[in-house]
Design a protein around this ligand. Structure first.
Ligand SMILES: Cc1cc2nc3c(=O)[nH]c(=O)nc-3n(C[C@H](O)[C@H](O)[C@H](O)COP(=O)(O)OP(=O)(O)OC[C@H]3O[C@@H](n4cnc5c(N)ncnc54)[C@H](O)[C@@H]3O)c2cc1C
Length: 394
């Protein structure tokens, strides 16, 4: 069987659903496929998004998929010293709402369907070949193999993407750029402030950080990300130790385990080739500092969908035409990521003792209108190493 379409989107996570929606809204015939039988499940995410991010994407928060509205962020140094930032002051990313991703992802796919995209669930892409001015993707559903011929394929197949490589892009991620994450969703969690998210820094999570993201009542996502280049233990082993020692989880029990990679090395250099674009985690469009990628995946999806639809209208799906997508990503996402990557490198260079003294110094500073840039300016005030490593950035 051969199906033909203008645009085929592979992967119905936030990136793919956004790309499919915006391509369909701009007049293209779109098919969106996902290997999962239930879009969004299982989740591999702590489910935090910023209010600003949703606003920018013009997505109204819905009680169907927001489980918790947050009022602050608590940052903990290895010795337990806390720096608390409340909502009026915080403009940090991933610090506004906690989602129920299993519901959110489905709703984003529903929006794509309402915009006109055709959705095929439990449909796995297994290969891609180029034929004349099209790409032909081999797919499998319920044991049946078939082909989809598309003028443009958008690869949105997440952190273990294979589609980009099939199309000829360099998508290999070095271990030092891939955060290895493990997380429990737990009941019985007693947080210091159940309306704030908590970050724990230092040797609890070498190369990353640990988090507690409250989902209402006594429920929270409790997880961490590590770099395998910084520790001999697995993320899961670190998680077990964290849960055993963290005061908030002494009486907590897991109801779900999520294991997954998070590409934190900054955006891929090449996002397009003839008839092909790559978006979201597959393109490493994750904030290198926070590891958050929902909003950037959807923003990139929006640009990809719009640029792809324009290319279809102009009957030109060449790399040169699709490059507009790459330019918009570099301008609106990549520039900030480059700066955040430097901040991350600085944070990775700090010992537990240095983190403790920075947290202690921060307790005496009156912070106003906090965003990442403001935080770094204050870091520079209290840490000479920060001045050396970050001074030129701000
Ligand atoms: C533990 C953890 C915690 C995180 N916490 C946060 C957070 O709090 N906030 C935040 O913003 N980000 C967070 N992230 C990152 C966030 O989850 C991702 O950035 C986001 O899901 C990226 O969306 P995506 O659409 O690119 O990829 P995904 O959500 O991974 O979607 C990819 C889709 O492609 C499908 N697929 C893959 N291969 C194929 C194929 N061959 N054929 C068909 N379908 C295919 C998959 O089934 C999947 O549905 C976290 C990540 C991890 C691992």
């Amino acid at each position: 069987m051969l199906i033909e379409t203008d645009i085929l989107v592979i992967g119905a996570g936030p990136a793919g659903s956004s790309a499919a929606k915006h391509a369909a809204l701009n007049g293209s015939e779109v098919i969106l496929i996902d290997k999962k039988s239930e879009i969004g499940a299982p989740k591999r995410c702590a489910e935090g998004v910023s209010k600003e991010g949703l606003k920018k994407l013009k997505i109204e928060p819905s009680s169907r998929w927001v489980t918790k509205e947050l009022s602050g962020v608590l940052m903990k140094a290895p010795n337990g010293t806390s720096v608390w930032l409340n909502e009026e002051k915080v403009k940090l990313p991933e610090a506004g709402y906690i989602l129920e991703r299993k519901v959110f992802d489905k709703h984003m796919a529903m929006d794509a369907a309402r915009a006109g995209a055709k959705i095929m669930v439990k449909t796995l892409a297994t290969g891609l070949e180029r034929k004349d001015d099209s790409l032909i993707v081999t797919a499998e559903t319920m044991g049946e193999e078939f082909k989809i011929k598309a003028k443009i394929v958008i690869g949105a197949d997440g952190p273990e993407s294979r589609v980009g490589r099939w199309a000829g892009l360099k998508t290999t991620i070095k271990p030092k750029n891939m955060e290895s994450c493990a997380q429990f969703e737990m009941a019985g969690v007693k947080m210091d402030d159940p309306d704030s998210i908590e970050f724990h820094f230092g040797s609890v999570a070498p190369g990353g950080y640990a988090w507690l993201f409250p989902k209402g009542d006594d429920i929270a996502n409790v997880g961490l990300g590590i770099l395998t280049t910084e520790t001999d233990k697995s993320a899961y082993q670190h998680l077990l130790e964290f849960v055993e020692n963290c005061p908030a989880t002494q009486n907590a029990q897991p109801v779900e385990l999520n294991i997954g990679g998070d590409p934190v090395g900054g955006m891929l250099k090449e996002l397009v080739t003839d008839n092909f674009m790559i978006v979201g985690d597959a393109a490493s469009q994750v904030n290198p500092l926070t590891g958050g990628g929902i909003i950037s995946a959807m923003e990139a999806g929006l640009y990809a969908g719009q640029v792809a639809a324009q290319a279809i209208r102009d009957d030109d799906c060449s790399k040169a035409k699709l490059k507009k997508y790459q330019e918009r990503c570099e301008e609106n996402i990549g520039k900030k990521f480059k700066r955040d990557l430097k901040v991350k490198e600085y944070l990775l260079s700090l010992s537990d003792e240095e983190l403790n003294s920075i947290a202690e110094a921060f307790q005496d500073i009156e912070l106003e209108n906090i965003n990442t840039a403001e935080l770094i300016k204050n870091l520079i005030k209290v840490s000479p190493k920060a001045l050396l490593k970050l001074g030129k950035l701000f």
